[in-house]
Structures are given as C-alpha cells and as structure tokens.
Ligand binder design. Structure first.
Ligand SMILES: Cc1cc2nc3c(=O)[nH]c(=O)nc-3n(C[C@H](O)[C@H](O)[C@H](O)COP(=O)(O)OP(=O)(O)OC[C@H]3O[C@@H](n4cnc5c(N)ncnc54)[C@H](O)[C@@H]3O)c2cc1C
Length: 382
C-alpha cells in the first residue's frame, strides 16, 4: 500500500494477498519451475520498497515460464484460440451489457463478430505509446487498446496519469536500448553508482523513487555518465557474485547474462549503464473484486486493470496479479454466462462517444485503438 502511495483499492490488495498463495500453488502444480532450494523449499526474494522477502521467481524469465505452462494447458484442454486477431471495438446489447466484440485478423484484414454472454479484457499495458518520448521494455502490442475499448463502452478509468518508468532500462548498447534490466539485479546486491563513483541512493527504494533518482543524477546533479546517446548511471552487477559467490549471477540471472554477452559485455566482470524505461501502466479500468467493470458482464484482468497497485507497482506483483485476478475474472465471467440472456447487439455507444467528442470540440483523425506502434512491421496495413 505504501509503495502504491496509498492509492491502492484496499479490497483489491486484500484479494491479491489472500489469494496469492493459492495462485502460486496452482502454477507450481501445473509445472511452473519456480526457483527452489536443494530441499525443495521455494526461494523468496526482496523487491524494492519491501520489508519482507515475498517474491517467487523462475530465474529471470518468470513471465516466459508462466506463459509456457499456461499455453500448454490451453492446448491440452483444447481451448479454442483465435490468433493474430485484434479486438477493435466492444459490442453491447440494447440493455447496455457487454455482448461481444468486433475482431480483425491482422494478416488478412477479415472482420469477425463473435457474440459473447460475458467478455474479459486482458490486453495488457501501454509502453509502446512512448509517453514523454521514453523507450520501453514492453512488447509491440502494448498500446492501451483495452482501456480505449472499455472506456468507449462506458467503463471507468483509474490513475491514467501514473505510468511506471522502471529505473533500470538498458542505456548501452544501442541495439537493446530501453530493454529491461530486472530489479532482481538490485535485489541481489547490485548498486546504482554515479559518474563520481558514489552509491548515491539505496538500490531498493521503490521504482518511482529510484527512477527519479537516476534522472536527477543525470540532469540537475550533473553526475551522469555519457553513453554517446545520452546520460546514464552505472549498475554494479559484479557485486552479485562478490556477495553470493561465483556462479550466482549465471544461475539466477541467465537471460540477463546472455542478453549482454551477445554484445561482448560480461556483466559478471563489468558494470552496466542504465536509464529509466517505460515499463508498466499502473492505472487502468476500474473493477470490483470479482473483476467486473461498471458495464454489466464486462470483466478485466491483468495490466489493463487499475487500482490494485495504486500509483506505483512493486516488483513481482504483476505476474501475481494477472494470475489472481485472471483466474477470478474467468471464474466469475463463466458463472454469469450461465444465466445471461443477450438482447439485440448494438454499437450505438460508439456513435454516442463520437457525439461527445464533437460536443467537446475535439476533432481528431487519430485511429484508436492503435493496435501497433506506427514503426512496427505491418503496422500501416490497417
Ligand atoms: C520485460 C518485462 C519483464 C517483466 N518482468 C516481470 C516480473 O518479473 N514480475 C512481474 O510481476 N511482472 C513483470 N513484468 C510485468 C508483467 O510481465 C506484465 O505486467 C504482465 O505480463 C501483463 O500481463 P497481461 O496478461 O495483462 O498483458 P500482456 O502479457 O501484455 O498480454 C496482453 C496480450 O493482449 C494482446 N492484445 C493487445 N491488444 C489487443 C487487442 N486489441 N485485441 C486482442 N489482443 C490484444 C497483446 O498482444 C498480448 O498478447 C515484466 C514486464 C516486462 C515488459
């Protein structure tokens, strides 16, 4: 709650905390390879701003490991998936309940209109909007689509002004500029160092504090290191093996080690240069505990939700929240679908929205949702 500046919705935080253990147990039983000690005990790690070790991880690729396991589960259970296809509008029924979506195949342009008794938005974040010109750690699909679709259908938004700039994005080499250097590097002992060799801040302050610290060192304090592309500060990665013993970095941060070795940088031997990167959308669509928005039968889960993390998310809590709230939204949506009777489908909310824009004197030819950033391959196709 403190990390989120006490703007977190208490009932959502309570659910995250109370349902967290069963979510981890569920993933573990499905086959997620969490970090474990020799005796099988789950390893826990500190994140920034935490007073207890609470975070579980699978080396430094927890997200990929969770996706591997869940994707297998979807295939094993023969759950139908429509791939390469984006939702471009939600459909309501004449009672104002969510009733489906307009989908567009991103390869062929074909439009599909599935009816649905309940709808779950799980479209992730918005880093590819590059707010304030920052680079991002996010994938190309992170363009805030779900927020736009939900908002136009009548759902409410929370904390849209609070985006997370992760303090440690890659500042050098240029080829991976903006990629993430996981907070686990700092939680295992690496320090942030300015051009004077000073460890100017506690490395495990919350992300917003540490991001502001890096920017301050590089701007007003004049203690940034020149990378040839801008300023940056050092992250002292060799400390990890010095503190925990040789081989630790390779075992606990293998993906990070590989990423840098591709460019001839051995992070066990030399520190790396970092600068904040746009990482996470703290805000999003407002939900109740069961994951529903104020639009009946419209549910949201994952990074598209606002309120769980207040104004600043702490390390590890997103992969926990997508499982806790994703499972819950799925269960509630399935339950409601049993009793829902759809009326006639309509897109009248889109016409209403356009009329509101006109009344407000807003005249824009911007296409929304944006689906992909304009520089992405194929982005201009639609
Ligand atoms: C590099 C990196 C490392 C991270 N590491 C951690 C970590 O260690 N621990 C942690 O807790 N969090 C971590 N996070 C944050 C966490 O991974 C994300 O917040 C989380 O994956 C969001 O999950 P999601 O399912 O909501 O969205 P996503 O995983 O982004 O999935 C959204 C999906 O929806 C698709 N989509 C988007 N728009 C549409 C549309 N209009 N129609 C149809 N589909 C659409 C996207 O293509 C995507 O496949 C990390 C994030 C990054 C970028």
């Amino acid at each position: 709650m403190g990390g989120g500046h006490y703007a977190n919705r208490p009932e959502l935080v309570k659910k995250l905390v109370m349902d967290g253990p069963s979510a981890i147990k569920w993933l573990n039983e499905l086959g997620v390879e969490f970090d474990k000690a020799e005796d099988g005990t789950m390893i826990t790690t500190h994140g920034g701003g935490t007073c207890r070790k609470r975070m579980h991880a699978a080396a430094d690729y927890s997200g990929a490991e969770i996706m591997r396991t869940l994707r297998d589960e979807v295939l094993n259970r023969r759950i139908p998936v429509v791939d390469f296809t984006a939702a471009i509008e939600l459909i309501l029924d004449t009672d104002g309940k969510a009733a489906g979506a307009v989908l567009q195949n991103m390869e062929t342009g074909e439009i599909m209109v599935p009816r649905a008794k309940t709808v779950v938005i799980a479209t992730g974040g918005a880093g590819r909007m590059h707010y304030q010109g920052f680079p991002t750690s996010n994938h190309y699909g992170a363009t805030a689509d779900g927020l736009i679709l939900g908002y136009r259908a009548g759902a409410k938004l929370l904390y849209q002004d609070t985006l997370q700039y992760h303090p440690t994005g890659v500042a050098f080499p240029q080829q991976i500029f903006g990629a993430l250097v996981t907070e686990k590097v700092r939680s295992m002992g690496a320090k942030l160092i300015n051009s004077e060799g000073e460890a100017y801040i506690h490395p495990l302050e919350t992300r917003d504090v540490n991001a502001a610290g890096v920017i301050r060192e590089c701007s007003t304090n004049g203690k940034g290191v020149d990378t040839g592309m801008g300023k940056a500060v050092w992250l002292d990665t060799p400390m990890i093996d010095k503190i925990h013993g040789k081989g630790t970095l390779e075992k606990r941060l293998p993906a990070m080690l590989r990423m840098y070795l591709k460019y001839g940088i051995d992070i066990r031997e030399v520190p790396i240069l970092i600068y904040p990167t746009l990482h996470y959308q703290n805000g999003g669509l407002e939900i109740t505990e069961d994951g529903q928005t104020c639009v009946e039968n419209l549910f949201v889960a994952g990074e598209a939700v606002g309120g769980i993390h207040g104004r600043n998310r702490l390390m590890g809590n997103s992969l926990l929240d997508i499982i806790v709230f994703g499972r819950s939204a799925g269960q509630h949506a399935a339950q409601k679908a049993r009793t829902t009777q759809l009326k006639t489908l309509t897109l009248s909310h889109v016409a209403d929205y356009e009329a509101q824009l006109k009344d407000a004197g807003i005249d824009s030819d911007a296409v929304s949702p944006k689906l992909l950033p304009t520089y992405a391959r194929g982005a201009k196709a639609f």
